[in-house]
Design a protein around this ligand. Structure first.
Ligand SMILES: Cc1cc2nc3c(=O)[nH]c(=O)nc-3n(C[C@H](O)[C@H](O)[C@H](O)COP(=O)(O)OP(=O)(O)OC[C@H]3O[C@@H](n4cnc5c(N)ncnc54)[C@H](O)[C@@H]3O)c2cc1C
Length: 491
């Protein structure tokens, strides 16, 4: 039997009353992440130590509450959106850097640390932490681990998984385990790898040991503009085909460039159909050679101008344009739905054409800003929720975009995860047996099914007696879970 009141009293005694929230307004604030879907929290707690985390998970077990781990709540798939009377465990007050060991190229950090704060602390050491989600000013390392976050500089260096050496994890029974190791290869199964990207469904990360990467000695940042989206997309494939893997290869279409430019004033060309922001790094001679190759590829596809940042300030300005894109879209409409599909790089132009056609048909405004080098598309649907019928059109458009990407040989998510929004699309890319294998892994870590129960796997995925919890919906049809949430679940 869930007993929220008893859980609240127990947690107030253990953590102190200031770190336990139960009034309706506070609960509402933690009822959603940055996606479109809103749930309801039963209780919100802030942890300050690994012991606090274990205490919360044990209290949840005692009072039969689900546990929803939460960092900064910037997730875009509803993965930290609580459903029902869940206990939301917020790690934001666990934000210490425990140690930085450049000689071992690693750092231990608490999960609530903002990604950018680690980068700032590393300045002057000659090392950096490579994953740089555009939300890095506010998203937490724990959340980045939970979603296996990517970012513009993950093309050459790899997403979060490639930069996590070991994790201290509190499991659903409250026990603490260390998975992975500080050394290059841990013996046995790669259970660290299971946790990265598991969206809080197998345990709660209480500390992370992350890999530090030497700062590259040379960097060149270029902005290329094109008269057609097709030429821009073809340049992406051509650059890679020439053997150059840039540190970053980002594409923005005209709609997003115009929104960004009036906001960031970065000097982006507002008449181009699309632009590419390309960064190559490494030793100086290599950087110069790669810069020439990028230029040659772009000229083969009728590039307009090639602007090379001439100073660190100009480089920062160009990146400001890219990284403020999501903030800038508030000028277009008050609400957004951001997609995150991956398609083969060679299909970028074809899929983008399809995305524009779907959105035109449904009369939904779409702009595109994305990690083109990874084929990681982010169609951004802008709308005003007060317009009658618009939500249905947005959801229909979303489903069509997902199907388009999957049909092109793509996958459901490049970096934002599956969460609530995409869990019932999983059968589009996985067989029943595939899903059962994933449910078995999940149940091995969390046989109680207490950890973030309605996320990632669809209704019906099961391993023996272990079944994934329903998301408060009746139907289990592909793509229906998010749609079948009650109307007032949506923003
Ligand atoms: C403007 C904007 C730009 C963005 N740009 C990018 C981008 O470039 N790349 C990218 O990948 N994402 C991006 N995102 C999405 C989001 O920032 C990332 O998914 C980020 O990793 C989430 O971190 P968070 O701290 O906000 O996590 P939350 O949203 O709080 O949680 C995300 C998931 O991780 C789990 N989790 C959180 N903490 C823990 C923990 N300690 N242990 C176990 N599980 C945990 C949660 O349960 C949930 O499933 C962007 C979002 C916004 C709003």
């Amino acid at each position: 039997m869930t007993d929220l009141d008893a859980a609240r009293r127990e947690l107030e005694r253990a953590l102190g009353p200031d770190d336990v929230l139960s009034d309706p307004l506070a609960l509402r604030l933690y009822a959603r992440d940055a996606s479109m879907v809103e749930g309801a929290a039963g209780l919100v707690v802030f942890t300050r130590s690994t012991d606090d985390v274990a205490t919360c998970v044990r209290a949840a077990a005692m009072h039969d509450l689900a546990v929803v781990p939460r960092g900064s709540g910037t997730g875009l798939a509803g993965a930290s959106t609580p459903i029902g009377d869940a206990l939301v465990v917020v790690t934001a007050k666990m934000h210490r850097i425990l140690e930085i060991r450049p000689e071992d190229r690693l750092a231990w950090v608490e999960p609530g640390l903002f990604n950018l704060d680690l980068g700032v602390a590393l300045r002057g050491t000659g090392f950096t932490y490579m994953p740089d989600p555009s939300s890095q000013q506010v998203s937490s390392i724990g959340g980045n681990v939970g979603t296996n976050a990517g970012g513009p500089h993950c093309l050459a260096y790899g997403v979060t998984s490639a930069h996590v050496l070991a994790l201290d994890v509190v499991l659903g029974d409250g026990n603490l385990v260390r998975l992975g190791s500080e050394g290059p290869e841990a013996a046995g199964y790669d259970l660290r790898g299971v946790v990265v990207g598991s969206e809080g469904t197998v345990g709660l990360v209480a500390a992370a040991c992350v890999r530090l990467t030497p700062e590259p000695p040379g960097i060149t940042t270029m902005l290329l503009d094109f008269a057609t989206v097709e030429d821009c997309a073809a340049t992406v494939s051509d650059i890679i085909a020439r053997g150059v893997v840039p540190a970053a290869l980002e594409m923005m279409d005209r709609g997003i460039v115009r929104a960004v430019e009036s906001f960031a004033h970065a000097g982006y060309p507002t008449d181009a159909a699309a632009v590419l922001l390309v960064e190559v790094d490494g030793i100086r001679a290599g950087v110069e050679a790669e810069e020439r190759e990028v230029g040659a590829a772009a000229r083969d596809h009728s590039v307009g101008t090639i602007r090379v940042a001439g100073s660190p300030e100009e480089r920062a300005l160009l990146w400001k344009g890219r990284k403020s894109a999501f903030g800038a879209i508030a000028q277009i409409a008050p609400h957004y739905h951001l997609h995150d599909c991956v398609v083969p790089r060679t299909k970028l132009a074809e899929v983008l054409t399809g995305v524009y056609a779907i959105c035109r048909r449904e009369a939904i405004t779409v702009t595109n800003v994305f990690h083109a080098g990874d084929g990681n598309l982010h169609p951004l649907l802008s709308f005003d929720r007060s317009e009658p019928g618009v939500l249905e059109r947005v959801l229909r458009t979303s489903e069509e975009i997902v199907r388009l990407c999957v049909d092109a040989g793509g996958s459901l998510s490049g970096e934002h995860g599956i969460g609530l929004e995409k869990r019932d699309f999983m059968p589009l890319v996985f067989t029943e047996n595939d899903l059962a294998a994933q449910a078995c892994v999940r149940s091995a870590f969390d046989p109680s099914g207490r950890m973030n129960p309605q996320k990632v796997l669809p209704d019906g995925a099961r391993c023996g007696d272990f079944a994934v919890a329903a998301a408060g919906t009746d139907a289990a049809g592909v793509g229906d879970a998010a749609r079948n949430l009650p109307e007032d679940s949506w923003i």
